[in-house]
Design a protein around this ligand. Sequence first.
Ligand code: ADP
Length: 445
Amino acid sequence: MAISKVLIANRGEIALRIILACKEMGLKTVAVHSEADRDALHVRYADHDVCIGPALSRQSYLSISSIIAAAEITGADAIHPGYGFLAENAHFAEIVGECGMTFIGPTPDAIRRMGDKAVARENAKKAGVPILPGSDGPVRSFDDAAAVAKEIGFPVILKASAGGGGRGMRICGGEADLQSAYETARSEAERAFGSADVYIEKYLERPRHIEIQVFGDRFGRIVSLGERECSIQRRHQKLIEESPSPVVTEELRKEMGDAAIRLCQSVGYENAGTIEFLYQDGRFYFMEMNTRIQVEHAVTEEVTGIDLVKEQIRVADGKPLSIPEGPFRLRGHAIEFRVNAEDPRTFAPNPGKLKEFHVPGGPGVRIDTAAYRDYVVPPHYDSMIAKLVVRGKDRLEAIARGRRALDLFIIEGVKTSIPLHRAILDDDRFIRGDISTRFMEEFEW
Ligand code: ADP
């Protein structure tokens, strides 16, 4: 193996997850951290650690020059970006390569072709993947937006081309609101992403979010590893993910998987990626692609038995995919709960010291976390402090294990989403699998 030392340009549970994979592969690791993360576990577990700046992400985890310098100093020959921060930054991937290191992810070209949501939509269309009715690329003016909206019919959704993380989206129910929706969407997009470009798509009233995990290697082989359903969301951000989806049949899985593979082939995709679809009334539509490992990758690992992070490193190192030829079968059922340090009703972040932190165990329970007792959750970053992933022989066993694990998960000192997850697991509609992205809006507890 040419890769021998991996720098992890990230923090939290994903930094730890990558360190675990490296340890199993006999690779050395380098942790980078901000001043706020001196006591973080990823710093303790890595072979080397470098402080790359102050708490503010812009001056640390998003600082390309500091990260490259840290790699130089420690002799790292590969960089794993994790998710968030620089993971989908084509410029960063390019610089890593130019500095003679391996970027553990897709090529800069593939990131560019799929990173911009409006461009990705066009690519999907060209590859014969179904998309929702909408504009061809970003709309050029308000008149253009009005013409598209009129043609496809309200409600519509305006989305920032450069958007992500559930931000930069505006739903518009009728013509009267279009002008203000258009202007707000543009100015929000400009402020959050540095580009005011927005595109328009038909807004589905009751869709399910179903995504396909894909994996490609340098030899042109691309596989689909089945779906994850991520319909339980708050503010367009995922809270619970599961695999398989209660509505996906073997036939639909193949159809969605083939569509995802076609799209990846058309852009020469390699490494791990996710094609997100909306599904409603028996049909699915391309929404966007994430050109990185995702938070919810663990769900797929549990039902496929494949270590996706190790596979990422192998593929980046020029090895062929170690995944056997299909047909692929998902075994059992896995559900992931994002445990966030936040008020479970208002979703306001609630950082602070974890006075107590005890994780559950037992059959079918996996916890990915970088937290520990007396750890102080810093206010500067994402509020997710742990992922609880449960697995059972079927969905009902996974739900039962979820209830039992959530009951035994003790966190004191900050508010968390645990009580909300526990309440959802007692909900009849959730238990029946009768869910949509509107679930949380309608959920009462
Ligand atoms: P981001 O890149 O910010 O994650 P996405 O495009 O992936 O944004 O959309 C996030 C969520 O927003 C989806 O899971 C879904 O709940 C909602 N959404 C996006 N597009 C539509 C649409 N056309 N109709 C209905 N809901 C949508």
